[in-house]
Design a protein around this ligand. Structure first.
Ligand SMILES: C[S@@+](CC[C@H](N)C(=O)[O-])C[C@H]1O[C@@H](n2cnc3c(N)ncnc32)[C@H](O)[C@@H]1O
Length: 312
């Protein structure tokens, strides 16, 4: 793991995770205080991974292929402005953190499907899904934040995405006559996992923020599930580890919808921890252990939570 950086960690955050993780807490805290490795994903709509590697290495940028994610490279050279490179402007690659690439892979959108991305901006996962769908089928990408939608629009154009319709809306009020085959809800969260990217990311962290996010997430997941076709799949993800924003939200959905079932997530090579079936005095549905938690120390990545839910 890379070297330690000066990181702001609130006392109450430390207490929460010390209780939650027990003897794993020191390794977790140490990982939170180290810089996140950078990674890039080749845009398969425009270039092969091999050609991208050649083009960047000619410019002195050392890349190491990620063993588990095809078309993904870890960037070994520091202090290079990846966003300024002509290959970035031409949409040959995106800078994307490895754990954030997993939810679209778990959702597995197919070229013939109709897919909804309910918290889409700035569009890293929308673009990844469009690539997986080979620019076919259709994606509806929704977000409430105009400035972030501009970034999504810019990214889509740069990456050559043609199958996506962008909608500016509060997704809690997203209704549709069409049922979706797949829905991704990469929910707005307290962004605890961001701390390795931005050492001051936890400055605004507070237990009340977590509860506020949890409330919105429950409204969003209900909407997401309601527009899914029978047989369809919803992937719920966050870049945070608070059980209130993760297992509690999925548990809320399961209790309200007898036709929602959690499915196991397979992703060889990446270390996952099972989702919690209880937290403090709360008991969650026993199938919550099929959801996955990504701890930052396990794969030298951001923290993440992912749940795969099928509608019957
Ligand atoms: C974790 S980010 C999504 C990142 C995105 N999926 C990606 O991979 O680039 C969460 C997004 O949810 C959006 N958001 C927050 N509340 C929302 C709401 N009520 N309806 C729709 N979008 C919302 C935020 O503007 C933000 O862009």
């Amino acid at each position: 793991m890379s070297k330690e950086v000066k990181t702001f960690i609130p006392k109450r955050f430390e207490e929460k995770y010390s209780d939650l993780l027990g003897e794993e807490f020191p390794a977790f805290l140490a990982a939170c205080k180290t810089k996140l490795p950078r990674s890039v994903r080749a845009n398969s709509l425009k270039i092969s991974p091999g050609d991208l590697q050649k083009r960047l290495e000619v410019q002195g940028i050392e890349l190491e292929p990620n063993l588990y994610l095809p078309g993904v490279f870890m960037v070994k050279t520091e202090n290079v402005q990846l966003g300024q490179l002509p290959e970035h402007q031409k949409g040959f690659f995106v800078v994307q953190e490895v754990s954030s690439m997993i939810p679209p892979i778990v959702l597995d959108p197919k070229p013939e499907e109709v897919v909804l991305d309910l918290a889409a901006a700035p569009g890293m996962k929308t673009c990844q899904m469009a690539e997986l769908m080979r620019n076919k089928g259709a994606i509806v990408a929704v977000d409430v934040a105009v400035e972030r939608l501009k970034a999504l629009w810019f990214n889509m154009n740069r990456m050559g995405i043609l199958n996506t319709l962008v909608v500016h809306r509060d997704s809690r009020r997203f209704y549709s006559q069409v049922g979706f085959d797949k829905v991704l809800l990469d929910a707005p969260c307290s962004t605890e996992g961001f701390v390795r990217k931005r050492p001051d990311a936890l400055k605004g962290w507070h237990p009340n923020l977590v509860l506020k996010k949890s409330h919105v997430q429950k409204q969003l997941i209900e909407r997401a599930f309601s527009v899914l076709k029978p047989g369809g799949v919803l992937v719920y993800s966050t870049c945070t580890l608070s059980p209130e924003e993760n297992e509690e939200v999925v548990d809320f959905l399961l209790r309200k919808n007898g036709n929602a079932q959690i499915e196991k997530i397979f992703f060889p090579g990446f270390k996952f921890r099972p989702g919690l079936v209880s937290y403090k005095n709360r008991r969650f549905h026993s199938s919550l252990d099929k959801t996955v938690r990504v701890l930052p120390q396990d794969n030298d990545s951001e923290a993440f939570f992912i749940a795969k839910i099928r509608k019957f």
